[in-house]
Design a protein around this ligand. Structure first.
Ligand code: WQD
Length: 346
């Protein structure tokens, strides 16, 4: 009997790539998504890649009764991977109440329903933003690093959600939880059937970079080259989206196969390496042969200088390690951008 996983936000960037890997690992998947930041066409893409069409329910996780109906309809859900959340740092500063309501209440609804419907575990989509700017001696950052005061309501919702899950389980909730702290997910599925589809002008580096390479944007602004880093630009841990998706499959097995040594655990999911913005541009140009038009401008408010992850714990305890290089991730992002042009989408 195949084990069934509920993936909230499953038509989104990380959710869709994770659904593909779950199906290919032998799970049944039910996607719940309100389509506020994605399209139902992604379900077709998942079917095209895997040959299996996941169940799809257009539901907002804020709607408790609609969400409960999903658990009543799919009675054998073993685990949940919770991606559904608002995730734009800048927007969260403008609309904090929307972020607190959406990101916190959606999680609370799921946690309330899990014991009632005997769901064993939940994987929460957290973020390296909880570390803020680690002290230089604490780089690469481990899971034991201090949680710093969030720089944005978005980052704060990630911290609070981690605490909500921990407090719920401490109170005796009969569930297990894994908090995955992602670094910077980039790239697209090698088939170029699914990929990152930002709404409007991309805030994140890679979609803006590939749209510039495609001529959709005039030039890429590099936000600062006066940081205390080797080439002056910010450093991040850029992880290929398929490697990130596979980390969720490894984490779900860790829960469902009773491998957890504690009811709540946390893992950094990154490559363990840091690359600067200027290094990333150079790598993109080398692996695609496309010259990128960019200029150095002032720093972006809220940016931290440098962060990359120590991922030994996930390597050892989940048996998971990122397999792809930065060049492979960037090549997949470019292939996706070319596919979007071929489809006449942008
Ligand atoms: C990366 C670097 C920018 C755009 C994001 C999310 C955060 C988390 C991690 C999930 C920075 C520089 C960017 C541009 C640039 N995701 N940049 N020009 O800010 O590290 O974090 O991913 O939880 O929630 O916000 O990612 O891609 O915006 O920026 O120079 O046009 O690229 O200054 O140094 P960030 P990003």
């Amino acid at each position: 009997m195949k084990r069934k996983i509920l993936v909230t936000g499953g038509t989104g960037f990380i959710g869709s790539h994770t659904t593909v890997e779950l199906i290919q690992a032998g799970y049944d998947v039910v996607i719940v998504d309100n389509l506020s930041n994605s399209s139902a066409d992604v379900v077709d893409g998942i079917e095209k890649i895997t040959g299996v069409r996941p169940a799809f329910e257009k539901v907002d996780c804020l709607d408790y009764s609609a969400l409960e109906h999903v658990f009543q309809k799919y009675t054998d859900i073993s685990g949940i991977i919770h991606f559904a959340a608002s995730k734009a740092v800048g927007e969260s500063v403008q609309k904090p109440l929307l972020y607190y309501r959406n990101n916190l209440n959606s999680l609370i609804n799921l946690l309330q329903l899990m014991p009632e419907y005997h769901v064993k575990g939940i994987i929460f989509s957290s973020s390296c933003t909880v570390y803020g700017q680690p002290d230089p001696e604490n780089l690469p950052v481990t899971e034991q690093a201090p949680i710093k005061k969030a720089e944005s309501p978005y980052g704060n919702t990630k911290q609070i959600c981690e605490e909500i899950i921990t407090d719920d389980i401490k109170s005796g909730a009969p569930i297990h939880a894994i908090l995955l702290r992602y670094f910077n997910p980039i790239g697209s599925h090698p088939s170029a059937i699914i990929g990152e589809m930002p709404n409007g002008v991309p805030a994140n580096l890679i979609p803006y970079l590939t749209q510039t390479a495609m001529g959709i944007r005039k030039e890429l602004s590099v936000f600062g080259n006066d940081y205390n880093t080797p080439d002056g630009s910010c450093i991040r841990d850029y992880i290929y989206i398929v490697d990130l998706a596979k980390a969720h499959v490894a984490a779900m097995a860790h829960i469902l196969d009773d491998k957890m040594t504690t009811p709540v655990d946390v893992f950094n999911i990154g490559t363990g390496k840091g690359n600067s913005v200027l290094e990333l541009i150079k790598t993109f140009e080398e692996c695609t042969g496309v010259k990128l038009n960019y200029k150095i401008v002032g720093r972006r408010a809220g940016d931290i200088e440098q962060v990359w992850g120590n991922v030994d714990k996930a390597n050892k305890e989940l048996g998971w390690k990122a397999q792809h290089t930065l060049a492979e991730a960037l090549s997949s992002a470019w292939k996706w951008q070319q596919e979007l042009r071929k489809r006449g989408i942008m």
